[in-house]
Design a protein around this ligand. Structure first.
Ligand code: GDP
Length: 471
């Protein structure tokens, strides 16, 4: 009947039947459901099984493990405002331009590549966790390593903790850069303590979190930071197959005079070539020109390489995936299908109540945890709530705390929730202006409480799949 599982589940709830995605339903309700979609249910012979697959073909070049090659790490700087993310990024870029590159005009294409000890490292240009999380919410996990920038004079601040939570939720390893050590009041030991208090044990204290003392101003420690990034990359054994067709994600896109729509893309696997037919989100085209971060025209771009692509039919969105198609016709057909599907989705999803949506989310994703982001007025309450949640009785689904922080519910909490399929629970906190609208758009559920007992009762119900929508 052309419906998505969560739509079916929601409509079934309205008929009083609570069913998960792999459950049989009653004939009567199946009939009613079909009727409501304009079909008549006919019970007959099972459809013919699909024809047996042909003899296994030779592995395509993409599947051949022999083609896997080491690829450069992709790094994002995150941290509290004014702790030096932008300065560090600039400093790293400027100290590591080779002589031949120095003459070239640097192009802003959303990411750039720096070479250290003969090895390239790609840095995403937009520091901070907003871009990081928005990308993740759209399914594009680009970052391999997060450099958490902490000012040696100020230590951990709310956004430091927030950035750390985002990185942890994405399971991306963190290197801590203790910045501004040139200042007389710098106190790196305090940062080691703050790290410890936030669950990051520095390697200085026998843990495994890389910690580097740097100054974006004097350049001190920058080579150590790059060394540490390369070491982390080695541990991660980052690999890609340059021989396969390219796959990547859009970092940013715009309309440019003389070029038309352009998209800066990070190639994540395979190699992108001039002449490839591509699809990015709802836009397609043949690549006319590829421009690298030095402003040079190139013929190809391999794994972890950022390039600007010229030749698309329209401007895609950051986070859209790049795919290669055999023909322009096929790419156009898929693009049109996406536009149509999006229109249909917008109509369908607006009708789903949030709690039902939550329930169906749990079922349709085969998720066995209810992910929760806690925001509370004081640290002690947040901890108490997390502790109680961990102790809640549960059967198949258990409560999983993705992040636990102090302060009002912000846009960042919603992006994190969207990226991790979580609900946001506020305890004695308010919701920042505009955040409710954003939550609605991204279908993130926010629940506010002032009594822990009520919160726990609701979550217990949610775990049992019985949560009522918030009035
Ligand atoms: P961001 O908001 O994290 O991107 O921080 P910025 O890079 O904009 O830096 C904030 C301020 O700190 C600026 O005035 C920088 O000049 C200064 N700053 C950044 N790094 C250092 C450093 O290593 N030493 C000193 N003394 N100042 C720094």
């Amino acid at each position: 009947v052309g419906k998505k599982p969560n739509e079916l589940i929601t409509d079934l709830i309205k008929l009083g039947e609570l069913a998960g995605i792999n459950q049989p339903i009653s004939e009567a309700n199946a009939r009613k459901l079909c009727a409501s979609y304009g079909y008549e249910l006919e019970i007959g012979a099972a459809p013919k099984p699909a024809p047996a697959p042909a003899a296994p073909a030779k592995p395509k070049p993409e599947d051949n493990p022999a083609n896997l090659k080491e690829r450069p790490p992709v790094v994002t700087f995150m941290g509290h405002v004014d702790h030096g993310k932008t300065s560090l990024q600039d400093a790293v870029r400027h100290t590591h331009v080779t002589a031949q590159e120095a003459g070239a005009i640097t192009q802003h294409i959303g990411a750039s590549t720096v070479t250290h000890n003969g090895k390239p490292i790609t840095f995403i240009d937009t520091p901070g966790h907003a871009a990081f999380t928005n990308m993740r919410a759209r399914g594009a996990n680009l970052t391999d390593i997060v450099v958490l920038v902490v000012s040696a004079t100020e230590g951990f601040k709310p956004q430091t903790v927030e950035a750390m939570n985002h990185a942890k939720a994405a399971k991306v390893p963190i290197i801590v850069a203790i910045n501004k050590i040139d200042l007389p009041e710098a106190d790196p030991d305090k940062i080691l303590l703050h790290m410890q208090q936030n669950g990051l044990t520095s390697e200085d204290w026998g843990g495994d979190v890389g910690t580097v003392r740097v100054s974006a101003k004097t350049g001190q420690g920058l080579p150590d930071l790059l060394d540490r990034i390369l070491l982390e990359a080695e541990i991660l054994e980052l690999k890609a197959n340059p021989k396969r067709r390219a796959a990547g994600a859009v970092l940013e896109a715009q309309m440019e005079v003389g070029l038309g729509p352009t998209a800066s893309v990070l190639v994540q696997d395979g190699t992108l070539h001039v002449g490839d037919t591509i699809l990015c989100g709802e836009h397609y085209g043949r690549i006319r020109t590829l421009i690298n971060d030095k402003g040079e025209r190139v013929k190809t771009a391999g794994p972890s390489v950022p390039v600007k692509v010229v030749g698309l039919s329209g401007v895609p969105e950051a986070g859209d995936r790049l795919e290669i198609f055999e023909s322009e016709k096929a790419a156009r057909a898929e693009a049109q299908e996406r536009v149509a599907a999006k229109r249909g989705n917008m109509l369908a999803t607006s009708a789903i109540a949030t709690a039902e949506d939550l329930f169906s989310k749990l079922n349709s994703n085969n998720q066995n945890s209810l992910n929760i982001i806690i925001k509370s007025d004081v640290k002690g309450s947040g901890e108490a709530i997390a502790h109680s949640l961990a102790e809640l009785p549960h059967e198949k689904i258990k409560a999983e705390v993705v992040a636990n922080a102090v302060g009002p519910i912000s846009e960042n909490d919603i992006s994190l929730a969207a990226a991790t399929n979580s609900i946001v629970v506020g305890f004695h906190v308010r919701v920042n202006p505009g955040v409710n609208e954003m939550a609605k758009k991204q279908k993130v559920e926010i629940r506010l409480y002032s009594i822990i007992y009520e919160l726990l009762e609701d979550i217990t119900d949610a775990l049992a799949g019985k949560l009522e929508p918030e009035k």
